[in-house]
Ligand binder design. Structure first.
Ligand SMILES: [Zn+2]
Length: 127
């Protein structure tokens, strides 16, 4: 929540614009595609839905390319993520596209994760 005040003053970036248009114009098609991508994945012993690839799969949708896990997360949760937002894997398996294993954060969150934990949820910027 600590970034919210700043973000009110930001202009929409390319990633947000792309997702906003996707939700406004192609939402059903995107959902169908996201579910199809999940269907194609293989479930491993950890409950992860993975592809047999070395790097995360990409999907092309309406002229733009997305990592499948980012596409699945944003489309199914109707999240308009900016380019500063990263979709992270709670299962630590970057090949996984299981929506339940995905969580969104900012790049700053990645760095602050450990500090936040150490400070019991207190914003480390104010310590
Ligand atoms: Zn997983």
């Amino acid at each position: 929540m600590k970034h919210q005040r700043i973000e009110h003053f930001r202009f929409e970036d390319e990633s947000e614009e792309r997702l906003r248009i996707l939700f406004e114009q192609h939402h059903e098609e995107a959902r169908t595609r996201a579910f199809a991508l999940i269907e194609e994945a293989r479930e491993d012993e950890n409950g992860c839905l993975v592809s047999d690839t070395v790097t995360p799969r990409k999907v092309r949708f309406r002229g733009h390319q997305y990592e499948v896990y980012r596409f699945v997360y944003c489309v199914l949760n109707e999240v308009i993520a900016s380019r500063h937002h990263v979709v992270r894997h709670r299962c630590h398996n970057r090949l996984c596209v299981n929506p339940e294993h995905l969580i969104i954060g900012t790049q700053a969150d990645n760095k602050h994760d450990d500090w936040d934990y150490a400070a019991y949820g207190v914003d480390p910027n104010f310590l």
